[in-house]
Write a protein that binds this ligand. Structure first.
Ligand code: PPS
Length: 303
């Protein structure tokens, strides 16, 4: 283990938050027993995790859909590597839902060639950067950014939590054959939530009635999640996310980077990221008004 700063340590090549995990807990994941009907949401931070947690919770739990249960999403689809609520994952009833920011090489070995399913959600990295910048200001467990330019350079160098965005996305995509995995883009979810929910249902072999589908889509909109205490992170202690400093569900849109990056910063971003991004098979959407065609067609799945 290599301490990186006051907030992070590096272990097995990956940057973890100090207070929320330990090398021993990461080692234990290697042999964590996977069940056939487990479902994992995997993301680079700020790519649509809570959104997908909500969608899966709504698909799987009737009580969530009909509003009779008051269980937070962190309990519904807890973090594999950051067990902040100290849940005994082994005794949880099936089907279990999990969330994780881990790279492909650190997830439990049982996920490889297993029947458990992974939904990998990715988002255009300029919006990821901007979302992460704002999040860092309300998350006491990670370093408060000095200024946006410094934050941008750290992001481009992969020096923050979860390392380099490119490595995360490329790694998962290159090893897609090792897992049963569905790739979804945040932007496609934003442009056509209903189609995204149907895509997820089809991947998971779940059939919803029209009414159930309507409920999932309705409860998973940004506006409804923003006022849903199970989803908007007000359930977190201020020591982990301090919602008095800003909302976790901040803008929930595509293209907010245009309000933040200067022309020079945007050019710098492109210089560092463009070449590797062009080799990725995904069609990235940088503005909510562009690309009326969904990118699902170019997204692959191994079921
Ligand atoms: S984390 O901390 O990694 O778990 O964050 P994550 O949940 O992956 O990403 C947070 C961003 O997702 C946005 N979000 C949504 N956008 C659109 N619709 C819905 N329903 C939705 N739910 C969450 C959230 O607002 C964060 O993005 P920004 O750009 O900061 O608003």
């Amino acid at each position: 283990m290599e301490p990186l700063d006051e907030f992070m340590y590096k272990y097995k090549g990956f940057h973890f938050i100090r207070d929320l995990s330990s090398p021993e807990s990461i080692d234990a994941l290697d042999s964590f027993e996977i069940r056939d009907d487990d479902v994992f949401i995997i993301t680079y931070p700020k790519s649509g995790t809570i959104w997908t947690q909500n969608i899966l919770s709504l698909i799987f739990h009737e009580g969530h859909r009909d509003g009779t249960e008051n269980i937070t999403l962190a309990e519904r689809a807890p973090w594999l590597e950051y067990n902040t609520f100290h849940v005994d994952y082994r005794s949880r009833p099936s089907p279990r839902l999990f969330s994780s920011h881990l790279p492909y090489y650190l997830v439990p070995k049982g996920l490889q060639n297993g029947r458990a399913k992974i939904i990998y959600v990715f988002r255009n990295p300029k919006d990821v950067l901007v979302s992460a910048y704002h999040f860092a200001k309300i998350a006491p467990k990670i370093e408060t950014p000095k200024d946006f330019d410094t934050f941008l350079e750290r992001f481009l160098a992969g020096k923050g939590v979860c390392n380099l965005w490119l490595d995360h996305v490329e790694g998962w995509y290159a090893h897609k054959g090792d897992f049963s995995i569905l790739f979804l883009s945040y932007e496609d979810m934003k442009k056509d939530l209903r189609s995204a929910v149907l895509k997820i249902c089809s991947f998971l072999g779940k059939k919803l009635t029209q009414k159930e589908l309507d409920d999932v889509v309705d409860k998973a909109t940004f506006d409804n999640m923003k006022v849903d205490a199970r989803a908007n992170y007000t359930f977190m202690t201020p020591g982990i996310v301090d919602c008095s400093k800003g909302a976790f569900l901040r803008k929930g849109t595509v293209g907010d980077w245009k309000n933040m990056l200067t022309v020079a910063q945007n050019e710098r971003f492109d210089r560092v990221f463009k070449e590797r991004m062009e080799k990725l098979p995904f069609k990235f959407c940088w503005d909510i008004h562009e690309d009326s065609e969904p990118t699902f067609g170019s997204v692959e799945e191994n079921v």
